[in-house]
Design a protein around this ligand. Structure first.
Ligand SMILES: *[C@@H]1O[C@H](CO)[C@@H](O)[C@H](O)[C@H]1NC(C)=O
Ligand SMILES: *[C@@H]1O[C@H](CO)[C@@H](O)[C@H](O)[C@H]1NC(C)=O
Ligand SMILES: *[C@@H]1O[C@H](CO)[C@@H](O)[C@H](O)[C@H]1NC(C)=O
Ligand SMILES: [Ca+2]
Ligand SMILES: [Ca+2]
Ligand SMILES: [Ca+2]
Length: 304
């Protein structure tokens, strides 16, 4: 009896960990051997693909019967959703974002595909499961899919992304992104990962930032961009000159407002976005340029 209950407990723990091992905003679906999330805020196709990717998933396509049905179960009546099928690399050569060709049993909506105006490279699915082609720049809801992988486990930072590292000194986790993005895309990347653009709240945290930067020397980054700055979570909120964190506090209220000497300098065309130098001293920077950035994550976010 004792052993049996241990055995049962083991099963329960296993099932529970399969259910929760990705992120709590995704639902495990045995039928598709993975996790799904319905993204109800419509996005254009490229943003939909990017958001799924940044969340650690892919933009879902009805690549087989089970996947199609699982997707339809999440889709509301009379709503079309974007699928991951696209021909943005080469016209008419539709593949899912995982590289799979269109399922040969695919049913098309009436009159589709018609490549209207030679401008329809992305496929939508109707709530009855038929596909059609449409302009990738229009917006639709969509579904992200993450295939179950038994080797992936949530780490100390509450994510399967092992580029997040826990710092005992601050109780937060950080990820240094070496692929440069604009400030706005950096914000999106951190949020999708379950974090936010780093807010430096103390000198102790500034010290952690210096260490993180030191672990990412300029030669470890590929591309032609300035590698001694990284975006963090403050901005002038369109008010040109008054900096607040992305949580709306002044830098002083947040706990750290040490700018580098001569900064902020609002150089030439206007610098309105927050960044740090390798010294962790603050700087204002051009929002539209691409730079590295640092995300911060509460170890408890994404964990239910
Ligand atoms: C982590 O930090 C806490 C308090 O800041 C401290 O008491 C503890 O010893 C630290 N643990 C390690 C492993 O450094
Ligand atoms: C920053 O520079 C821009 C462009 O040169 C200018 O329009 C703006 O007024 C400046 N802002 C401040 C606070 O100096
Ligand atoms: C102003 O700040 C930028 C970095 O944001 C720096 O590249 C530039 O050299 C600074 N300009 C002056 C005149 O100090
Ligand atoms: Ca069409
Ligand atoms: Ca912080
Ligand atoms: Ca500056």
């Amino acid at each position: 009896m004792f052993l049996l209950s241990f055995f049962l407990l083991g099963i329960i723990v296993c099932v529970a960990s399969a259910d929760n091992s990705f992120r709590c905003d995704y639902t495990y679906d045995d039928d598709v051997n993975g996790y799904l999330k319905y993204q109800k805020i419509p996005a254009n196709w490229h943003d939909a693909r990017l958001r799924c990717h940044l969340e650690g998933a892919v933009l879902a396509s009805p690549t087989n019967f089970r996947m199609k049905n699982a997707m339809l179960r999440m889709t509301r009546a009379n709503v079309d959703i974007f699928t991951g099928y696209h021909a943005t690399f080469s016209k008419e050569d539709y593949h899912s974002v995982e590289g799979l060709p269109i399922d040969k049993y695919t049913q098309w909506a009436a009159g589709e595909p018609d490549n209207w105006d030679n401008n329809e490279d992305c496929l939508y699915m109707t709530s009855s499961g038929n596909l059609g082609d449409m302009d990738c720049k229009l917006t639709r809801p969509y579904i992200c899919y993450k295939k179950y992988n038994p080797n992936e486990r949530r780490n100390q930072c509450g994510t399967i992304d092992n580029d997040y590292h826990y710092y005992n000194s601050t109780g937060s986790c950080y990820k240094f992104h070496k692929v440069p993005r604009t400030w706005s895309r950096a914000y999106m990347a951190c949020t999708a990962e379950g974090g936010y653009l780093t807010i430096i709240n103390s000198k102790t945290e500034a010290k952690a930032i210096v260490e993180i930067f030191a672990q990412n020397p300029a030669i470890s980054m590929v591309g032609n961009f300035w590698k001694d700055v990284a975006y963090v979570g403050f901005n002038d909120w369109g008010e040109h000159g008054e900096y607040l964190t992305i949580e709306g506090q002044t830098l002083k209220e947040a706990g750290y407002d040490l700018f580098s000497p001569g900064e902020p300098n609002n150089s030439t065309t206007g610098e309105y976005c927050g960044s740090v130098y390798r010294t962790a001293l603050l700087n204002d920077l051009w929002c539209e340029n691409h730079y590295a950035f640092i995300c911060e994550k509460d170890p408890k976010s994404l964990v239910c």
